[in-house]
Design a binder for this molecule. Sequence first.
Ligand code: UDP
Ligand code: MG
Length: 310
Amino acid sequence: MNPIFSIIAPIFNEYDNLPELYRRVGQVMDSTGEPWELVLVDDGSRDRSTERILELARQDQRVRPVIFARNFGHQIAVTAGLDYARGQAVTIIDADLQDPPEVILDLIARWREGYEVVYATRSEREGETWFKLFTAKLFYKLIYRITDVSIPEDTGDFRLLDRKVVDVIKQMRERHRFLRGMSVWVGFRQTGVTYKRAARFAGETKYPLKKMLKFAGDAITGFSYFPLQLATYLGFIAAGLSIVAIPLVIILRLANTLHALTGQATTLIAVLFLGGVQLISLGILGEYIGRIYDEVKGRPLYIVRQAPQD
Ligand code: UDP
Ligand code: MG
């Protein structure tokens, strides 16, 4: 029989967090009195997390292990979790216990009221560096401004999705994924609850700056053409400037009042400026084309070394 609730946790080198995650999720879910499962997706861990996940699965049938062949990234790991989850209400949670499992009960309460997407918004964040807080803030502001979907600020992947929503998202096989955008894009009845984001239970962040930038890139390109339009705007601004500037310079030259705007330096600056703008625009084009190329190849999103038996 399928469980009512599925909890999905992506795991990348979370050896020290796994027992506590299992214990706290178990405690919370048992209190609902309904059947549940915990889908642990091992995203190519290099510590002994894999063994620990399989060990938990041996002890408890409700733990479903999905073991990746290599590291595919957080968003892909969550996607695999959605593919393997069987519950009527599916909750995505971080394995480091920054999202307190106790909040799942609040999410479930709203789901029972009839909401199909219940996201958890951070009212406070503990144990994060100012750099992480600052970049995260900037990221959410930017995303909110330039994308077509209104993604709630300060909201991560910690959320509950109804089976209907999961089935829709499962059909969206895009490679560069921004799940929090996708789960808004689908529509349905959405609501949020607030919670205090805790510090990591053990270990350190698996999101170094490089991964954060890639994530931001996927979020923006996945939901907005704004960067592409930026090139158009810049082009119009540069062309507009020259339309005003060219006659102005001619007139000033004829009036023989202008000596400052002569010589190599002016030319050099103009060439460097336009060269820079053009290269940046090309780079932006490249970002989109690279992603198109990835999609066109149509490779599977992830490769599983070991899937749950049932
Ligand atoms: N994670 C993953 N694959 C990765 C990086 C992270 O599955 O390549 C998992 C990680 O184990 C954790 C979740 O994604 O469960 C969130 O990562 P983390 O806590 O490092 O991110 P932060 O909270 O610092 O943004
Ligand atoms: Mg974390």
